[in-house]
Design a binder for this molecule. Structure first.
Ligand code: MSP
Length: 476
């Protein structure tokens, strides 16, 4: 039986979940729901979680005047509860301070060490804590700052352990022969060029770090946080019940593609573990044309949006803003328009009107239609194909194409008049519209999971339609 294992990045615990993180998590959740419907719930595994063993954690706890473990508890609860509140259907939520993770990390690092791929050397470089990475001169801006964090990197000189990444150049190029390993094409070309440009060995430990997991073969060193973080994907399935899910498909932002498609597969190859099945690098969005940042005060919380527009409003509004894999922009005013016109005005009105017409003129009887019509129509719109290819916006466009077709039929036929003057003809139109409503309900199980059961209740599933109602409340 085919199984699917999808992951989001594990987010830095010190941040507050914002719509950037939400975007990736909701997209993954949508793909997960698609596969669950197709393959059965038990054949799909969805992992998300938080990245805790970073210097950022220690700095943030200090700022809050809290002991690190207390701080981590509070933040972890916040992340988990945020995802639960907005309807993320994860199967597991991993924290990198958990004992199960430490065990897997140490086992993998020991394997890499035994393989001869780890050696000790002196290293001096410029380290940015924001990125948790060494930066090269050419990475810095004209003031010598990290371009992303606008801070001066620290000069670190220490004795570190190194991973022989250079040894994996050829095996990685081989992995990239599979065109599906990294998508979209743009990201693939960029990383391929990077590998072809030659790989350098990288430092995998910190001698001076106080916080983090210890190297199994030298307890005086802490493991570089990215080495520890990437392993989370394997930790979650490193047991008898779940090991059949490996290898995973990773959904990540384009900012961290290199870690996932160069370092991570090389680590796994060295440890004798199958590399990930694939990585999909999605784009970044700005908010009203501006990069989201705490200092600009334009960081938007998903909970704020969901309280106003509902969870389905949030997910469809975000995921329909631009195609998954591209960069884009998210604007609250476009979002508001989308909700009012497409969800409340389009879908919500359609369901309500049709059910009321059925109640009024058909004694609530559902029209009869051929269920093959439903399958035929669904196949016509490429919805499955789009989701298989992770073209989430196109899948949402498919949903609204069906909605428009149904609304058009309703108004072109003037069904509310037709039903009085030509009931036989009206019956045919009702049947056609119901095929559309059935299709929309099925698509909503993936795209709008909180509304889907309400839609089903409204259109009924035996002889009668259910109660009319408001699927997407008006915003005041
Ligand atoms: N902890 C690392 C990941 C380790 S995975 C083994 C990390 N965390 S993060 O909190 O910074 O999250 C980064 C991810 O958040 C990005 O890859 C992306 O998926 C998402 N996004 C953050 N801001 C975003 C936008 N403005 N737009 C789209 N996605 C954004 O990196």
């Amino acid at each position: 039986m085919k199984t699917i294992y999808l992951t989001t990045p594990i987010y830095y615990v010190n941040d507050i979940p914002h719509i950037g993180h939400t975007y990736c998590t909701l997209a993954t959740d949508t793909l997960v729901r698609f596969w669950r419907k197709k393959l059965g719930k038990e054949n799909v595994f969805f992992l998300t979680g938080i990245d805790e063993n970073s210097q950022k954690t220690v700095d943030a706890a200090k700022k809050e005047n809290l002991p690190v473990d207390k701080y981590l508890e509070e933040m972890a609860t916040n992340w988990r509860e945020t995802w639960e509140k907005i309807g993320i259907s994860f199967d597991d939520f991993i924290r990198t301070t958990e004992p199960r993770h430490k065990k897997t990390v140490q086992a993998i690092l020991q394997k890499i060490y035994d393989q001869g791929d780890i050696y000790k050397a002196k290293y001096s470089g410029k380290y940015c804590t924001g990125c948790e990475a060494f930066l090269k001169e050419q990475d810095l801006d004209e003031d010598g700052n990290c371009p992303d964090h606008k801070t001066k990197p620290q000069i670190l000189e220490e004795e570190n352990y190194f991973f022989r990444l250079s040894k994996y150049e050829k095996p990685l190029l081989k992995l990239f022969e599979n065109k599906d390993f990294l998508k979209p094409e743009k990201a693939r070309n960029e990383i391929l060029n990077f590998i072809k440009g030659g790989l350098e060995d990288i430092s995998l430990s910190r001698e001076t770090a106080k916080f983090g997991l210890e190297l199994p073969f030298d307890k005086t060193h802490k493991i570089y946080v990215w080495f520890d973080a990437l392993i989370n994907y394997f930790t979650a399935v490193d047991n008898e019940e779940r090991k059949h899910f490996w290898p995973a498909e990773h959904i990540v932002g384009k900012d961290i593609t290199r870690f996932h498609t160069v370092i991570w597969p090389a680590m796994l190859l060295s440890a004798g573990i199958e590399p990930p099945l694939s990585v999909f690098a999605h784009g970044f969005f700005t908010v009203d044309g501006v990069k989201m940042s705490k200092s600009l005060g334009n960081v938007i919380s998903p909970v704020e949006i969901s309280e106003k527009y509902g969870n389905d409003g949030l997910r469809m509004g975000l995921l329909s803003s631009f195609e998954f894999g591209n960069d884009g922009d998210f604007s609250l005013s476009n979002f508001d328009n989308f909700y009012r016109s497409k969800l409340a005005g389009g879908v919500g009105n359609l369901f309500n009107r049709v059910v009321i017409l059925c109640q009024k003129f058909r004694d609530s009887k559902r029209p009869i239609f051929d269920s093959q019509e439903k399958t035929k129509n669904l196949n016509l719109i490429n919805f499955e194909k789009h989701l298989t290819e992770k073209k989430i916006k196109l899948a949402i466009d498919d949903f609204f194409a069906v909605e428009s077709a149904a609304n058009k039929l309703l108004s072109d036929s003037e069904l509310w008049k037709l039903v009085k003057i030509n009931p036989e003809e009206a019956d045919k139109i009702f049947s056609k519209i119901f095929v559309y409503l059935e299709i929309l309900t099925e698509m909503a199980e993936i795209l709008a999971p909180e509304s889907a059961p309400k839609m089903r209740e409204m259109i009924g599933d035996n002889d009668l339609v259910g109660e009319s109602g408001i699927l997407f409340p008006a915003i005041v």
